[in-house]
Design a protein around this ligand. Structure first.
Ligand code: GLU
Length: 272
């Protein structure tokens, strides 16, 4: 029984890239689930959630209920975070974006991760005393995974991509934020907790998320969660060969539909 999912963030209308991800997941699974990744409450809108349902139905997709909404799952993420914290795998980071940018500018060679330069590790070295004092003083902090410690704890790992084993690089994202300053999770932590909770055993999504499998596999191992197989699919590109963006209104399913496109036109345009 293959269980797949489509996990959009309701921060804009679905575009051709989402249609490709949703149809691929739908066609790859016996059970197809829908998860709304709305942890970012500042950017998520209920109107976009309604539009997601509408667009998917229009494409002819149906999913098993209930639809999971990540904004309602903070308790589950908090427990996962606490279990990592209890094992000393997490440290508070008081840096602002500006602090990090300045630190990186000072470094002769800042290592790059999939989302830009890696966190330089400024707060990793703080003493327990300093941490306690700053937290008691009400300073805002995020929680970062100590990636080296995590790698020592898990030992070598791999993940399965299209049936082939890939070695995990646990340092790919450096010490990434797993609890944001404003919420007890981040994208990566919420995804692994929810993929396990929803019994997803095949994760299909765009190739831009392939690097995420490295760190998500580490988090699964640390949290004792089952390991899904992965199948990242090629991205739908625009006419200039660039990745589609939510800001590009012309390729939303909604505007294509209003311009007269049918669901089979959409499939043809994404090469399915
Ligand atoms: N929420 C992510 C997105 O909209 C997808 C997460 C995933 O498939 O793991 O890009």
């Amino acid at each position: 029984m293959i269980v797949t999912r489509f996990a959009p963030s309701p921060t804009g209308y679905l575009h051709l890239g989402h249609a490709c991800a949703a149809i691929t997941a739908y066609e790859s699974g016996d059970d197809f689930l829908l998860r709304i990744e709305d942890i970012d409450q500042g950017r998520s809108r209920d109107a976009f959630i309604e539009a997601i349902f509408f667009d998917l139905k229009w494409l002819g997709l149906s999913w098993d209920e209930p639809v999971l909404r990540q904004s309602r799952r903070m308790g589950a993420y908090m427990s996962a975070l606490e279990s990592l914290q209890a094992r000393g795998l997490v440290y508070p980071c008081f840096c602002t974006r500006k602090d990090i940018a300045e630190e990186i500018a000072r470094a002769p060679e800042a290592p790059q991760g999939p989302d830009g330069p890696l966190y330089p590790g400024t707060c990793r070295a703080l003493s327990d005393e300093e941490r306690t004092t700053r937290i008691a003083a009400g300073e805002a902090y995020a929680l970062r995974l100590n990636a080296r410690k995590a790698a020592e704890m898990t030992g070598p790992l791999s993940f399965t991509e299209h049936g082939r084993l890939h070695p995990v690089d646990p340092l790919r994202f450096g010490d990434l934020v797993i609890g944001r300053k404003d919420m007890p999770t981040s994208y990566h932590l919420a995804v692994v907790v929810d993929d396990a909770f929803q019994n997803v055993n095949l994760v299909t999504r765009g190739a831009d998320l392939l690097p995420s499998a490295h760190i998500q596999r580490v988090l699964q191992a640390l949290l004792g969660l089952p390991e899904p197989a992965y199948e990242h699919h090629r991205l739908v590109l625009d006419r200039d060969g660039r990745k589609l963006s939510k800001r590009d209104n012309a390729i939303t399913l909604r505007s294509l539909r209003e311009a007269g496109a049918t669901p089979s036109d959409i499939r043809a345009r994404i090469g399915l």
